[in-house]
Design a protein around this ligand. Structure first.
Ligand code: ZN
Ligand code: ZN
Length: 178
């Protein structure tokens, strides 16, 4: 398989936190199957310092910059143009994933950012624990309506984000912001 970023270099199978991943020896980017991605993000093996998490969150934004959409990479498996998406909707981490579910490309550093973002999200949930179980129940009911391609990386992650949005809405209402 050729690296979707470098085009000519080959990506090799490696172990990343006990899971199978593919890494380019030139740009160090990662190509992950859906299963590997979910395993790595959900296992949360790596712990991040508060400063790393704060830095990741400070760089977060919504949407996908036009430059990223204009420079979409081709899937190394089927050669079709991949879709750029903002991981989790508003993490500011722009990843490329194959529309045919062959995998997701992470430029060097992006995979760790995704993991740090996920850890931040877990911490946020802990502080909103009281509201979380209800929000999760609600999100399960409304999940079908809120499924969008950019969220298809992990169903569990999708439920998490939906729940977080509901918690935010609830807190805003509580504080009279909406
Ligand atoms: Zn490369
Ligand atoms: Zn593909």
């Amino acid at each position: 398989m050729k690296c979707p970023r470098c085009k000519t270099k080959t990506i090799r199978e490696i172990r990343y936190e006990n899971f199978v991943a593919n890494q380019c020896s030139s740009c160090n980017g990662f190509w992950l199957s859906r299963e590997s991605l979910i395993s790595i993000v959900e296992t949360k093996e790596q712990k991040f310092s508060t400063s790393t998490i704060d830095k990741t969150i400070s760089q977060s934004f919504e949407g996908v910059p036009e430059a990223e959409v204009a420079n979409e990479l081709d899937c190394p498996v089927c050669n079709k143009s991949m879709n750029s998406s903002n991981f989790g909707g508003d993490s500011g981490i722009i990843v490329d994933h194959c529309p045919h579910q062959h995998g997701t490309w992470f430029d060097y550093g992006e995979l760790e950012k995704v993991q740090a973002y996920r850890e931040y999200w877990d911490q946020s949930v802990d502080s909103n624990e009281l509201f979380f179980s209800e929000a999760l129940k609600d999100s399960n009911n409304t999940l079908g309506a809120s499924v969008k391609p950019k969220y298809e990386l992990s169903t569990l992650y999708l439920i998490s984000i939906a729940a977080a949005t509901i918690v935010d809405d609830f807190l805003n209402k509580l504080h009279g912001k909406s």
